[in-house]
Design a protein around this ligand. Structure first.
Ligand code: ADP
Length: 458
């Protein structure tokens, strides 16, 4: 593959805009797609050309219209498709259709999506590469007895997970033997409804671990580098809320071990393009949980501390360039910079005083923060924008950088305070409480932090 001339972004909102910006910087033409409900959305107007997709389909299904998107790519002369995150980004069939049509899929091969889309297969791959995994069933479980035996042998709590789950959904924590039967049935039916497969597996539920993940870049020649780690322990309902890079609590030895493990896994898998290897960390122990074979929401903070543009890198890799090619701007592993600290807050249109219910309507006023060390990635973040109930509630990602973690946190707090949003409720007051909390500032938090800290909600 030579230089890519035109990229279709099979996504919407902030990530579509993020990718269009990278394309424009690389002098690549951009094609957008939008659903009927998104005809006034910002991403439509950020593309050089944009087309309605999924006519007559439901709002989400429009962005899942594989043949419709392929047809737009061909008609518009796009030679590559970037899937962003969510939607079709991990869809094996979509990647395969791109491969068949000779359209470059900016991501790994469809075989990698197959390997990592299923958490059971991913776990096998990690075991093969010698990574530590959480004690678990090791494969799908279909009998209640097997779940109960696992609970007895390993002790409660345990967690039942959908093999094809993602986005913090399809997981059920079981705290005692008598909850097992109901939880198992529910987990299976939820998995079937949400992910199309009732396959579930079981693992030990770790007590208050940290979530640490490693950003990887891999080229088509077998070269793999890591861009260090992110700490995404601040979660609500197993979903990330605030992320930081690098971790402020793990030792340099543990960091090196985790990053090396991530690289080893991706080398063994023959992985290509950007990906993230996720771990849970419990004291000095770490355990593989999954691979996200795509760009992630929180890639911004890794870009801020390493200076490496991950979307540019994805495009260079898809063009067949080697990581060794100096024009890609990707340094050798031992030269990857790690400079200061970065934090990302996910500002959503959710009401923290009402169980984070999504709010909809018109943004009557929208003013954001700014200043040194601040990065804003917004979707429909502008006055007059209409927030519909059809899609994810992410409004803007606020990322801040500081030479020290405290400085990055102070900038985050100041920025969140500067936001003026009227007409729609947002989670900003809640985020402010998180980033100024003493436990956050000292690294004294884990995945149970939000649940166990009621004063965040005041
Ligand atoms: P998803 O693909 O839905 O994001 P993950 O497997 O990445 O699911 O898990 C998301 C979060 O759920 C983790 O960051 C962690 O907080 C929690 N979690 C998952 N598995 C376990 C476990 N075995 N023990 C404790 N927490 C877990």
């Amino acid at each position: 593959m030579g230089k890519i001339q035109k990229i279709l972004v099979a996504n919407r909102g902030e990530i579509a805009i993020r990718i269009f910006r990278a394309c424009t910087e690389l002098k690549i033409r951009t094609v957008g797609i939008y659903s009927a409900e998104d005809s006034g959305s910002f991403h439509r107007y950020k593309a050089d050309e944009a087309y309605l997709v999924g006519k007559g389909k439901k709002p989400i299904d429009a962005y899942l219209d594989i043949e419709g998107i392929i047809a737009i790519a061909k008609d518009s002369g796009a030679d590559a498709i970037h899937p962003g995150y969510g939607f079709l980004s991990e869809n094996v069939e979509f990647a395969r259709r791109c491969e068949e049509e000779g359209i470059v899929f900016i991501g790994p091969r469809s075989s990698h999506l197959d390997m990592f889309g299923d958490k059971v297969k991913a776990r096998d791959q990690a075991v093969k590469a010698g990574l530590p995994v959480i004690p678990g069933s090791g494969g799908p479980v279909s009998l209640l007895e097997d779940v109960q035996t696992f609970g007895e042998q390993n002790g409660y709590p345990i967690i039942i997970k959908a093999a094809l789950g993602g986005g913090g959904r399809g997981m059920r924590v079981v705290r005692s033997a008598d909850e097992t039967a109901e939880a198992f049935e529910r987990a299976k039916s939820e998995a079937k409804a949400a992910f199309g497969s009732a396959d579930v597996y079981v693992e030990k539920f770790l007590d208050k671990p940290k979530h640490i993940e490693v950003q990887i870049l891999a080229d088509t020649y077998g070269n793999v580098v890591h861009l260090y780690e992110r700490d995404c322990s601040v979660q609500r309902r197993h979903q990330k809320v605030v992320e930081i890079a690098p971790s402020i609590t793990i030792s340099d030895e543990l960091r090196a071990e985790i990053c090396e493990s991530a690289v080893r896994l991706m080398e063994n898998a023959g992985y290509i393009n950007a990906g993230t290897v996720e771990f849970l960390v419990d004291g000095d122990n770490f355990y593989f949980i999954e691979v996200n074979p795509r760009i992630q929401v929180e890639h911004t903070i890794t870009e801020m501390v390493t200076g490496i543009d991950i979307v540019h890198s994805q495009i260079h890799i898809a063009e067949g360039r080697s990581l060794d090619d100096p024009d890609t701007g990707i340094p050798a592993q031992d030269k990857v910079p790690l400079f200061g600290y970065a934090i990302q807050s996910r500002v959503t249109t959710e009401d923290p005083l009402n169980q984070f219910m999504p709010d909809t309507g018109k943004l009557m006023v929208y003013r954001s923060g700014g200043g040194f060390g601040v990065r804003l990635d917004a979707g429909n973040g502008f006055q007059g924008a209409v927030i519909t109930p059809h899609y994810d509630s992410l409004l803007v990602k606020v990322s801040t950088w500081g030479m020290t973690f405290r400085e990055a946190a102070a900038k985050m707090e100041r920025n969140l305070q500067e936001f003026r949003i009227r007409g729609i409720k947002t989670n900003i007051p809640f985020l402010e409480n998180v980033v100024k909390h003493p436990d956050f500032l000292t690294g004294n938090y884990n995945t149970a932090f939000i649940d166990e800290t009621p004063d965040l909600f005041i």
